[in-house]
Design a protein around this ligand. Structure first.
Ligand SMILES: Nc1ncnc2c1ncn2[C@@H]1O[C@H](COP(=O)(O)OP(=O)(O)O)[C@@H](O)[C@H]1O
Ligand SMILES: [Mg+2]
Length: 318
């Protein structure tokens, strides 16, 4: 059955309505709704335990929700899980790989489970694994294993690809590499839904980001719009003289443009401003007058971490 709200031929890739999942007294997913357009890269961003994996696995048909509806490619995924699953590619968790098989053998093995199959050479090239085709899985680096697990999500040439924390545990080089791979999957025209607790990953890869906390969707928009709405302007970091962070923070609160002042876990004083020039001019003037003292100053653009901080009062990672 097609989704009732969709015009013929223009169904969104995914519609999720009022999803609820409880584990005993824990409500892991607490009424999440969103729509993903075809060809969109959509991110679920939130801290550990937010309910991202549970949401993803319900859409994938791996867990049964306590409430809500899911449509994938217009197919009611709860009523017709097999039809829905044929449209999806799900990244295999690392534990599911067999160390003694080669990369090519692994791809062939997983291809057999599907009626529709992607070309093996294309997959190896797309995942930058051509020179590893005959290497045993057990000899691969962390980044190569992760790329293989994504190759396995593409063996059935799916319309929608699900990636759960695709770069967790990788070094910076391997992460960047994987970002390129994900972009190339997007360029195929596929829809991608990924979860991450890395704000930079969400910002660089996703067309739209749903910020999830305690099983609820607390904001949803493009990264740029989220930042403009919830964390406009820039962030100025000042290193105070030893033990003087609180005094410096108090002195900065009344400066022109300042919207918020905090002391972060590094002991730096962080100033949010809506008027960068005015605030910096005041800082420099007061500094040279000796009215305030700081050892160094640096300016950064606000990001999705600031958005999360604004919305929840907490950081994404701790
Ligand atoms: N199988 C399960 N049994 C009991 N509680 C679970 C189970 N899976 C997840 N949870 C709980 O549900 C909440 C959301 O978990 P999860 O979806 O894994 O979050 P995330 O992927 O955002 O880290 C957490 O509180 C987690 O402990
Ligand atoms: Mg998770």
């Amino acid at each position: 059955m097609a989704h009732p709200h969709a015009a013929p031929g223009s169904e969104p890739a995914i519609v999720v309505e009022g999803l609820v999942k409880r584990y005993g007294s824990v409500t892991a997913v607490d009424g999440i709704s969103f729509t993903v357009a075809r060809g969109e890269t959509f991110g679920l961003l939130g801290p550990n335990g937010a309910g991202k994996t549970t949401t993803l696995e319900i859409i994938e048909g791996l867990r049964k929700p306590d409430g809500g509806r899911v449509f994938v490619g217009g197919v009611d995924a709860l009523a017709e899980p097999k039809r829905a699953r044929a449209l999806m590619g799900v990244q295999l968790q690392e534990a599911g790989l067999f160390d003694l098989l080669t990369v090519a053998e692994t791809i062939r093995l997983f291809s057999r489970f599907h009626y529709r199959r992607a070309d093996e050479r294309m997959l190896l090239a797309r995942l930058q694994l051509e020179d590893k085709a005959n290497a045993r899985v057990g000899t691969l680096s962390g980044g190569q294993r992760q790329r293989l697990s994504i190759a396995l999500a593409l063996v059935n040439d799916p319309e929608v690809v699900f990636l759960d924390e695709p770069t967790t545990g990788l070094d910076p080089q391997a992460r960047r590499n994987l970002w390129d791979v994900i972009r190339s999957i997007r360029e195929d025209g596929r829809t991608i839904v990924l979860t991450t607790h890395y704000m930079d990953e969400a910002e660089t890869l996703c067309d739209r980001v749903a910020i999830v906390d305690h099983g609820r969707l607390i904001a949803l928009d493009t990264p740029g719009a989220l930042i403009r709405r919830y964390a406009p302007g820039v962030r100025i970091h000042l290193t105070p003289p030893d033990g003087r962070a609180a005094v410096l923070a108090e002195a900065l609160r009344p400066l022109p443009g300042v919207t918020q002042v905090a002391v972060d876990d590094q002991g730096e004083v962080v100033v949010y401003t809506s008027s960068f020039e005015e605030t910096i001019a005041a800082l420099v003037r007061l500094g040279s007058d000796g009215a305030i003292r700081y050892q160094s100053l640096r300016v950064e653009a606000a990001n999705l971490e600031d958005v999360f901080l604004h919305l929840t009062g907490r950081r994404l990672r701790d």
